[in-house]
Write a protein that binds this ligand. Structure first.
Ligand code: TRP
Length: 349
């Protein structure tokens, strides 16, 4: 995170835009994306996917990127990438993304987006790249030396956002440094070569941080995540083996009872009730009763989403068509923007 002052400023700006979006959806163009490293889970769903569907349905211009080149920023393999990309499309569609209104596409299929990386890299210094706290954290977590791609991917992310002239980017707080550098790149490009790009703002996801079943952040790598694509039985099994404690009476206390509290938050999100209300209702029926309640809440909530997902699982050709059409539309936009860039830079021959 940059610093507290600018975090506050970003949050304030994000809230102002959220209010204006409801009134003037046609003023906004959203671009956001995910790395195809696994299945989407409830953390993604309540953290951002629900918000994207809402923006789409309001009439905002919306686009979703499956960021395949970002997979190799901090790992050495592209194993399973095709399967992950197709499954990510299925997850989006099942959650309510409508491909007629929201193109879904991949980095590697849009060369003109990637080409913007060259002029954009000339606009930033090595020191600016080195200072990015998210990049530093990712490098430490990867346990590898800093690769050229990891160091420069925030500029590649600026290419993602700017080629389609996105002006709002729904992201988590960890992505704010990338939005900041995107604004810098846009501003410097415009100063040097003339006005081409907007300076985008982050739409910071609501405070809902969905805990994993053990109270830590929900993440596939911790084994504490309920994926949208799981069966009800797999969901029940995962919840059953989630850690609780020996206190019989159920109370909501994140600090001292992370496991029990995570189960309460999960059921609150799925039922629209509050954690305390659910805790009071279960009372001293214990964690077995709580687990049964959460399992039903999650499985009921996901039932229609999973039912739609099964239909896409049976129709991989359709899923591929969605992606091809998204790639086609986004190539048109990217080629147009790259032409503008060539004109602005005087590189027309
Ligand atoms: N870096 C984002 C993540 O890890 C994914 C991403 C790639 C993205 N390009 C983007 C997000 C453009 C917003 C806008 O989640």
């Amino acid at each position: 995170m940059p610093n507290i002052g600018s975090l506050e400023a970003s949050l304030k700006r994000s809230d102002e835009i959220k209010a204006d979006l409801e009134k003037n959806p046609s003023h906004y163009s959203m671009l956001t994306g995910d790395r195809p490293t696994g299945r989407l889970h409830l953390g993604h769903y309540f953290g951002t996917i629900r918000e994207r569907v809402h923006l789409q349905n309001l009439g905002v211009t919306t686009r979703i990127l499956i960021a395949d080149y970002q997979v190799i920023t901090d790992r050495d393999t592209t194993a399973n990438i095709q399967d992950n990309v197709y499954n990510m499309v299925m997850d989006y569609l099942a959650c309510g993304i409508d491909p007629d209104r929201t193109p879904i596409y991949v980095h590697s299929a849009v060369p003109a987006c990637n080409q913007l990386m060259l002029p954009f890299l000339s606009l930033v210094t090595e020191a600016e790249l080195q200072r990015n706290p998210t990049v530093k954290a990712e490098m430490e977590a990867s346990g590898h030396a800093l690769t050229g791609l990891l160091l420069t991917y925030p500029i590649h992310q600026a290419c993602d956002i700017l080629f389609c002239k996105g002006n709002v980017v729904p992201v988590g707080k960890d992505q704010l440094p990338h939005i900041e550098i995107t604004r810098t790149v846009a501003r410097r490009f415009n100063e040097r070569y003339g006005q081409v790009f907007p300076e985008p703002d982050a739409l910071i996801s609501e405070a809902v941080e969905v805990p994993g079943l053990d109270g830590r952040k929900m993440s596939k790598s911790y084994g504490n995540a309920i994926s949208i694509s799981m069966t009800p039985e797999q969901t029940a099994k995962l919840i059953k083996k989630s850690p609780t404690d020996s206190e019989r009476t159920i109370t909501f206390d994140k600090q001292n009872r992370p496991g029990v509290s995570a189960l309460l938050t999960t059921s609150a999100l799925c039922t629209g009730r509050t954690e305390v209300e659910i805790a009071d209702e279960i009372g001293d029926a214990g964690s077995g009763a709580l687990k049964k309640y959460v399992t039903d809440a999650v499985n009921d909530y996901l039932a229609p989403i999973r039912e739609r997902r099964h239909r896409y699982e049976q129709d991989l050709d359709y899923v591929k068509d969605v992606l091809h059409e998204g790639n086609r539309k986004m190539n048109e936009i990217a080629n147009r923007t790259l032409d503008e860039v060539r004109v602005a830079m005087g590189m027309v021959y």
